[in-house]
Design a protein around this ligand. Sequence first.
Ligand SMILES: N[C@@H](CCC(=O)N[C@@H](CS)C(=O)NCC(=O)O)C(=O)O
Length: 219
Amino acid sequence: MGLQPAIVVWGIGTVRTLRAHWVLRELGLEYETRAIGSRTGETRSAAFRALNPRAKIPVVEIGDEALVESAAIVTTLGERFGVDLVPPPKSRARARYDEWCLWTMTELDAHTLYVMRRHGDLAELYGEAPKALEAARDYFAWQVEVAADEITQRGPFLLGETFSGADLLLTTCLDWALAYRVPVPEALVAYRGRIATRPAYGAAFAHNFPDLVAGDGAS
Ligand SMILES: N[C@@H](CCC(=O)N[C@@H](CS)C(=O)NCC(=O)O)C(=O)O
């Protein structure tokens, strides 16, 4: 693409960074990667914190702008460069899109999967909390049933016929849950399997998780 602004993605190796690589590939945008990893100290450098004072990956530099927060990156890029990835502002479809994105990022990513990460893999840093781990697994299980019902009744995607950024976010959380051996309803395993055949997903996954075989999501 000749006219696109220079784009640089900072970060690889987590489901959050996968979202940035995946959306750019869905949009057919070319970009460079700065392959910094989480908890390597690389997010603490002055250069990186000038882009994201929160010291978190992913960051997408686009021209002289720095986009941060993986769900916001998906929506912003989809809106600017896509056709169907994000429904138009103020539409009913956009309200549903926002609902599914925020639900995925709060109820699945932050409240359950990241709790498992903090008190499971990263317990040395954040402390052992077996009750919190168990509660997070249970909470994920019943919350995710709502998405399974939606796909079963009105699928094949969260917004019906069209794949959107909300599906991208949900799929990354399903990858994460499956990597943690959290039970995922059959309808969502099939949904994730269909979406994982998208070329943009496969290419982004391989780029983001060079040490893993596609399908073995990690956080
Ligand atoms: N809500 C943020 C979370 C970003 C986040 O927590 N990133 C982690 C890696 S998954 C990170 O950069 N941690 C700091 C570090 O590793 O130094 C998003 O979705 O972008």
